[in-house]
Ligand binder design. Structure first.
Ligand code: 9WN
Length: 442
């Protein structure tokens, strides 16, 4: 298959998953709209189908909460094959929740400003795409403000997540210790539908014990009426996430460019950017003299409950290279990790977890498999720091996986086998970007 054919088949995946309002991640597993999925999808569509990319994001923004939160799922009421459902979330417990549509009560990483800028960048009709930026700017600004206030009362410029699903890396071993410290008081009766959807591939999904904790955290959010202030005080799961914060840093820089483009005051955004710059290392980078066994040059999530870093080597530890807020020397160390056998044994792509660690599981999602969105971000990071050769190896590695196994949700890093959802939208969309991007847009 040549490049043109690969682009064509990626477009077919996006067309097949488009339902007239948004693009579902994958028909086999995810029948609703997911927030960061829609952003990656819009990046792919920005090359051919600007209108669809704009509509997709505006549909999502229409479900934004009054406090600025963009929910991680916008539900299609007709679809009943996914749990937890809109009814389960009971979002009307919050004054901030929309009343016209069902959503989840949590958020996901802020790729939105980045996706909107792609739409502007790849559209020849600059007047029209500038109008789009002007229209969505308040949504983007309100979302970033929400993350910088309700999710960061410390004013650190780093985001606190209340649920593993908010990271987008749901089942990562990073959450294990925090989850194990939570005792479940009471759980409603529910039925896991992912068990049915994966059709026997039980090894790929979280254990029942973990899943119960996921659901229990939603029960607690409901108990506190999704009130961030109360949750900040009482919640048993509060983690400042490296990857989420790295994405927000990039998104703030892009938002600043958008503000300047459309003539909005960017003062507040500059302040947010410098907060992140001042605190990123303080929270996420263990000082070399403190704990010798983790002075490995990697970045680690910070658990606010136990006030300590979570030393688990996952792809999140590598994500600061995407942010561009680490020094060239620090980037060199991260690049060594990206390139060595721990993360990148075969297929020239980066696994979700260090393959030499006890928590590495090649089939279980976010505990080992290769994901295309994280590899896409590392590819951009490598380009940013000038390692074009390694970037190209990752890009080629991604294309090889897709050519061999199709546009899957994730891939086994030991065999290259495609796993999870089939015809997975963000894999198709980001492959389009990896094939068509002429220069990094920002
Ligand atoms: C929960 C849709 C989503 C992605 C996440 C991925 C997975 C959902 C699930 O699928 O999460 O949000 O049901 O497991 O981990 O990143 O957005 O593709």
């Amino acid at each position: 298959m040549d490049t043109t054919e690969l682009i064509e088949s990626a477009r077919k995946v996006l067309d097949g998953n488009w339902n007239g309002k948004y693009t579902i991640p994958s028909a086999t597993l995810y029948p609703h709209q997911w927030s960061w999925d829609s952003c990656f999808i819009a990046i792919g569509n920005s090359y051919f189908n600007s209108d669809r990319a704009m509509n997709e994001l505006e549909y999502l923004f229409d479900a934004q909460w009054k406090n600025g939160m963009i929910p991680h799922i916008v539900f299609n009421e007709k679809e009943k094959t996914y749990f937890p459902s809109a009814e389960f979330y009971e979002i009307t417990r919050s004054q901030n929740a929309p009343r016209h549509i069902g959503t989840s009560g949590m958020t996901q990483p802020p790729v939105h400003a980045i996706a909107c800028f792609y739409i502007y960048h790849n559209n020849n009709d600059k007047a029209r795409s500038k109008e789009f930026l002007t229209r969505v700017y308040p949504n983007l600004l309100n979302f970033h403000r929400y993350l910088m206030t309700e999710r960061d009362p410390e004013k650190s410029g780093l985001v606190t997540i209340f649920h593993p699903w908010e990271s987008g890396r749901d089942d990562s071993p990073v959450w294990d210790d925090a989850l194990s410290r939570i005792s479940i008081m009471e759980l409603p009766i529910f039925k896991r539908l992912d068990v049915i959807a994966v059709d026997g591939a039980i090894d790929t999904i979280p254990s029942d014990e973990e899943y119960d904790k996921f659901i229990y955290l939603i029960e607690l959010m409901k108990l506190y009426n999704y009130d961030e202030k109360i949750m900040y005080d009482k919640f048993p799961f509060k983690i400042k996430d490296v990857s989420f914060s790295s994405i927000l840093y990039v998104a703030n820089k892009v938002l600043l460019r958008i503000a300047n483009l459309i003539g909005e005051d960017s003062h507040q955004i500059s302040e947010w950017i410098s907060r992140t710059e001042q605190n990123f290392h303080k929270f996420f980078f263990p000082p070399s003299e403190s704990i010798s066994d983790v002075s490995d040059g990697l970045f680690y999530d910070y658990d606010l409950v136990i006030k300590d870093r979570i030393i688990k080597r996952t792809v999140s530890s590598l994500s600061p290279i995407y942010s561009g807020l680490i020094s060239n020397q620090e980037a060199e160390v991260v690049i060594k990790w990206i390139s060595n056998a721990d993360f990148c044994a075969e297929y020239d792509t980066v696994a979700s977890t260090d393959e030499n660690e006890s928590y590495f599981k090649p089939l279980t999602y976010w505990r080992g498999p290769i994901w295309i969105n994280t590899n896409w971000a590392l590819w951009l990071g490598l380009l940013r720091y000038g390692d074009n050769e390694r970037a190209e190896r990752i890009r080629k590695g991604v294309l090889k996986l897709v050519l061999n196994q199709g546009f899957r949700e994730y891939y086994d890093p030991t065999t290259g086998l495609g796993l999870g959802g089939k015809n997975f939208s963000w894999t198709a969309a980001l492959v389009i970007d990896m094939l068509m991007m002429k220069s990094v847009p920002f």
